[in-house]
Ligand binder design. Structure first.
Ligand SMILES: Nc1nc2c(ncn2[C@@H]2O[C@H](COP(=O)(O)OP(=O)(O)OP(=O)(O)O)[C@@H](O)[C@H]2O)c(=O)[nH]1
Ligand SMILES: [Mg+2]
Length: 290
């Protein structure tokens, strides 16, 4: 999730002081960045990503960015050693949105790879030990139970370099693996929207669109009522809000369109690839078995 302390964690593990860390309410990391360091005499590359529920990027854009990076990685046979999922223990709610993002994260990783995931909690200095302990238990027993059942490890993290390095070193001896999303896109040639994580985001987009449509209708009625009452200040505030809602709706529609366009592009590419293979085989005089 955005603002959970991902870049801070990497800065602590690598000793880098030039990484952009967010200090206000808006999201900070806007693209994927790779930070290389040496830990215990071995080269380690951290991949920092924007978080889901970002202020500027939609979840679709974040997933697309991660998918682009991962599929490029697949074609270069780049595997991962592990994933560190950070959750701020100071959050007093796990929202429906956060739960959906957790589902998407599980699907993009793939159940068989969950043993290579570390679920870590940050921001312990912002809670009392009792508060933290209660939330930790709820996370483990409720929201993270599937991850843990499939072998994900759990640990607490503080802002020290020692803690970040310790967590990173827990993953360093893992057998490198491809994520489910990489295999689906790279090996099975699926379009992003047809992968398990992509399907999750498409269903979220469709629900979001319905909700936004309902809210827009309600807002329109409210605007008309307020206009009739001639309350100028309220009308201006509502108009401003209506514009933002329209923008949100347009963004959802364009996210959905982009996912569909990407799928259409992928099938065009697949047809082209197959045609080229057939031509090659025809030239060689072999027969094609479909
Ligand atoms: N108190 C406290 N603050 C922390 C901790 N970890 C990170 N922060 C602060 O939380 C804010 C967000 O940290 P970032 O590292 O930018 O978070 P991020 O997950 O990379 O955020 P995005 O890039 O926006 O997704 C910064 O002000 C950090 O200094 C922690 O353990 N305790
Ligand atoms: Mg960041």
């Amino acid at each position: 999730m955005t603002g959970s302390g991902k870049t801070t964690f990497i800065a602590n593990a690598t000793g880098r002081t030039d990484l952009k860390i967010g200090h206000n309410l808006t999201s900070c990391t806007q693209e994927i960045q790779i930070i290389e360091t040496v830990l215990d005499g071995r080269t380690v590359r951290f991949v920092d990503t924007p978080g889901f529920s970002d202020t500027y990027l939609s979840d679709t854009e974040v997933l697309e960015m991660i998918a682009d990076y991962l599929s490029a990685g697949y074609s270069k046979e780049m595997r991962l050693s592990g994933i560190i999922y950070l959750h701020p223990i100071s959050d007093n709610r796990v929202t429906h949105h956060a739960t959906k993002n957790l589902d998407m994260f599980r699907k993009l990783t793939g159940e068989k790879n969950l043993k290579n995931v570390i679920l870590a909690t940050s921001m312990w200095d912002k809670v009392t030990p009792e508060e933290g302990l209660n939330r930790e238990l709820e996370l483990k027993n409720k929201f993270w139970s599937i991850f843990i059942a499939f072998g994900a490890q759990y640990c607490r993290q503080n802002t020290s370099a020692k803690s970040a390095k310790q967590i990173a070193s827990m993953l360093m001896d893992n057998e490198p693996f491809y994520l489910e999303l990489q295999e689906e896109m790279g090996k099975d040639n699926k379009a992003l929207k047809d992968t398990a994580a992509g399907r999750e985001i498409m269903s979220q987009l469709s629900l979001l669109k319905e909700q936004q449509q309902r809210e827009l209708t309600e807002m329109k009625e409210m605007l008309l009522r307020t206009a009739a009452e001639e309350n100028k200040a309220a009308l201006a505030a509502l108009e401003e809000h209506y514009k933002k809602m329209m923008y949100g709706m347009e963004k959802t529609i364009s996210d959905e369109r982009r996912m569909n366009e990407e799928a259409a592009r992928s099938s065009d590419e697949k047809i082209k690839e197959l045609t080229e293979r057939i031509h090659k085989l025809e030239k060689k005089g072999s027969c094609v078995v479909m």
